[in-house]
Design a protein around this ligand. Structure first.
Ligand SMILES: *Cc1c(COP(=O)(O)O)cnc(C)c1O
Length: 226
């Protein structure tokens, strides 16, 4: 079941890459496994998935010990500052850095462990009240501030696009995040890379890939509804 769903998603990713004239290897599929039991993740693993996305620290803590060690865990949900210490050495990438204060906490915990945390800045491109993330006009300042933290490496940007019936309606959101990424890149800020663009979910990952996504976060289309 999961294997079949993955084959379907993979086909769609390939087709989107082809339409956009992109190499399939430019796009990482993150299987979003929140609320799903470890057995389902194991199935996806057996079908070749190595990148898993979770939105709760506790779920990573529970699942990681019972699953293969080479899984790359992505923290994609809003992260509370008091949870940073539990996730800092478990997640390969924190996609959801949405405030300077959170970045300060990550810096502190990373310094304690003498590691460098890879992060993305979450941008609320569609300016939705209900969503976390920096507003577009705040991103440059945030990048400049966080780039001075020696134990943090900014790797790119992330957005959660609005829920829409027609995925084409999110194209403008993805275009905007891509442009923002290009703008930041052109500033050549020390300690900042803008190589990762995390955008696109089950409803709209193909459009996101057409607009330059390098990571897509797909849950429902792989594991079924939650
Ligand atoms: C749940 C979630 C996803 C996956 O959503 P689906 O619509 O199930 O593919 C992607 N990104 C984030 C941040 C999420 O919380």
């Amino acid at each position: 079941m999961i294997r079949e769903q993955l084959i379907e998603v993979e086909e769609r990713i390939k087709a989107a890459c082809q339409r956009a004239g992109r190499d399939r290897r430019e796009v990482t599929l993150i299987a979003v496994s929140k609320t799903k039991p470890a057995a389902m993740l194991q199935e996806a693993y057996d079908a070749g998935i190595r990148d898993f996305g979770e939105n709760k620290v506790q779920e990573i803590q529970e699942k990681a010990p019972v699953l293969p060690e080479d899984i790359r865990w992505h923290m994609i949900g809003h992260l509370q500052r008091n949870k940073v210490k539990q996730v800092i050495d478990k997640a390969v990438l924190i996609h959801s850095v949405d405030s300077i204060r959170l970045a300060e906490q990550i810096e502190e915990e990373a310094a304690k462990r003498k590691l460098r945390a890879d992060i993305l800045l979450e941008v609320n491109v569609a300016r939705e009240e209900s969503k976390y993330g920096f507003m577009e006009e705040e991103v440059l300042d945030a990048v400049l501030q966080i780039s001075r933290f020696p134990h943090i490496h900014i790797c790119g940007l992330m957005t959660i696009a609005p829920f829409v019936e027609n995925s084409q309606n999110n194209r403008k959101v993805f275009k905007k995040l891509f442009q923002l990424c290009v703008d930041m890149k052109s500033k050549n800020i020390d300690n900042v890379n803008m190589d990762i663009l995390s955008m696109g979910m089950s409803g709209d990952y193909e459009v996101a890939i057409e607009e330059g996504a390098t990571m897509v976060r797909v849950g429902t289309s792989i594991f079924g509804s939650r």
